[in-house]
Design a protein around this ligand. Structure first.
Ligand SMILES: Cc1cc2nc3c(=O)[nH]c(=O)nc-3n(C[C@H](O)[C@H](O)[C@H](O)COP(=O)(O)OP(=O)(O)OC[C@H]3O[C@@H](n4cnc5c(N)ncnc54)[C@H](O)[C@@H]3O)c2cc1C
Length: 381
């Protein structure tokens, strides 16, 4: 097995690094400290993505038919690693190019493709993901938000929760129940919902990830045209499965974890802490966890590149990613001591970020369940 990057991908990584270094403003460290939903970060992501698009790099992994370059999954991984290593300057637009666009390509009508894909490819649209509800998180199929058909429109009532970036979003990738008599995975549809329709209200949920990140969204008699439905009516579970397969290994968290670990090791060295074998051991364990996460993610990329359908390797890579981020987060906390708890320090930022690993995009427990049943073939109780 070849473990190294091809010379072309290495050259591209160097070019991308130089671009990032020349493009990110001096104030980026401060802006990114604001947390993922911060207004300055989201606003800057538009500028940055427009620049990436001009280079032809924002959607290079898309097919040529949609303005991409059919770049390999490995090239896409280089982009993901360099972006996450720099606190993800694409902001919410990483979701848009990673899974919203590909889902529209796969399930969308020609009108939907013509409306959204060019704007996404220029970094103009911001989307949010309206999946979770107060009673439907891990068990997403328990969702209750209704969209009842009334002629050429759906009338939407219900609520979503933990909706990242909704306060900045132009559209919501919304999962609703279109058959009110249905239960579970049947009777669900996906909607590409414009966020400026009357009847949509947001309520901020102050949270660990910084101001204005988490929101609850309420839909009260929101009327949306039937033409905004993505895929067949009542059969949106297929859309959900497709988008989640793209989302689960979308972010190279290990890259940021590694860079944080490097900074941490250097700070520990300056303070003479590396004399302590227990600290050396902890640093080594965290680095091993990060490396395991990287290699297991690369395994998934390799399978994807070979055209394999999603396998439990994706769940394994996600769990390894969570363990790595948590290991580094805990070490940040321990080595910085009380300083890691002061608001708006780098240590505080990473520690808080590490705490959501293992919850977003499917909790660790649920990933372990999936590994148990699909990989280890353990019996269900
Ligand atoms: C940073 C962040 C960003 C998010 N962004 C979005 C977003 O943009 N859009 C969106 O729709 N959602 C978003 N979410 C919500 C996220 O998808 C849910 O938090 C996640 O699916 C878990 O659902 P829950 O919070 O309702 O927890 P629950 O499903 O209620 O789980 C609670 C606990 O029970 C455990 N548990 C549940 N079921 C099982 C089981 N069968 N076996 C063993 N243990 C189980 C879980 O592992 C967890 O520890 C975000 C969450 C975070 C943390």
């Amino acid at each position: 097995m070849e473990f190294d990057w091809s010379p072309e991908d290495q050259a591209y990584r160097a070019e991308l690094r130089a671009f990032i270094a020349a493009t990110l403003p001096q104030s980026w460290a401060e802006i990114s400290q604001e947390g993922p939903g911060g207004a300055a970060q989201v606003a800057y992501s538009e500028e940055f993505c427009a620049e990436l698009a001009r280079q032809g790099w924002l959607t290079q992994h898309w097919p040529e038919a949609y303005g991409g370059k059919d770049a390999s999954s490995w090239r896409h991984a280089v982009v993901s690693e360099e972006m996450w290593g720099n606190a993800e300057p694409r902001g919410p637009r990483y979701m848009t190019v990673n899974w919203v666009g590909p889902s529209i390509m796969h399930f969308g009508t020609e009108e939907q493709k013509a409306l959204h894909l060019p704007r996404i490819a220029r970094g103009e649209e911001v989307w949010c993901q309206g999946f979770s509800e107060p009673e439907a998180g891990s068990d997403l199929a328990a969702l209750r938000t209704l969209a009842i058909r009334d002629g050429d429109e759906y009338v939407i009532n219900g609520s979503k929760i933990w909706t990242s970036y909704v306060n900045h979003a132009h559209y919501c990738f919304l999962i609703v129940r279109t058959d009110p008599e249905s239960k579970g995975r049947r009777g669900i549809s996906a909607l590409l919902l414009p966020m400026d329709l009357p009847g949509i209200e947001l309520r901020e949920i102050p949270g660990l990830l910084g101001k204005k990140y988490f929101h609850e969204v309420f839909f009260r008699d929101v009327r949306a045209p039937v033409s905004c439905r993505l895929g067949p009516e009542h059969e949106g579970w297929e859309v959900v499965t497709y988008t989640l397969a793209y989302e689960r290994v979308g972010a190279a968290h290990y890259e940021r974890a590694e860079r944080v670990l490097d900074t941490l090791a250097e700070a520990a060295r300056k303070r003479g802490l590396l004399e302590d074998p227990s600290i050396l051991e902890r640093l080594g364990q965290a680095r091993a966890a990060v490396e395991a996460s990287r290699l297991l993610t690369h395994r998934v990329i390799d399978l994807r590149e070979k055209g394999s359908r999603p396998t439990p390797d994706t769940n394994i890579a996600r769990v390894a990613g969570t363990w790595a981020v948590r290991a580094v987060g805990d070490l940040v906390h321990e080595l910085h001591g009380a300083a890691a708890l002061a608001y708006d320090t780098e240590a505080d930022g990473y520690y808080r970020l590490s705490q959501w690993a293992g919850v977003a995009s499917g909790t660790t427990e649920v990933q372990l369940n999936l590994i148990a049943s699909h990989q280890l073939r353990l019996p269900r109780e």
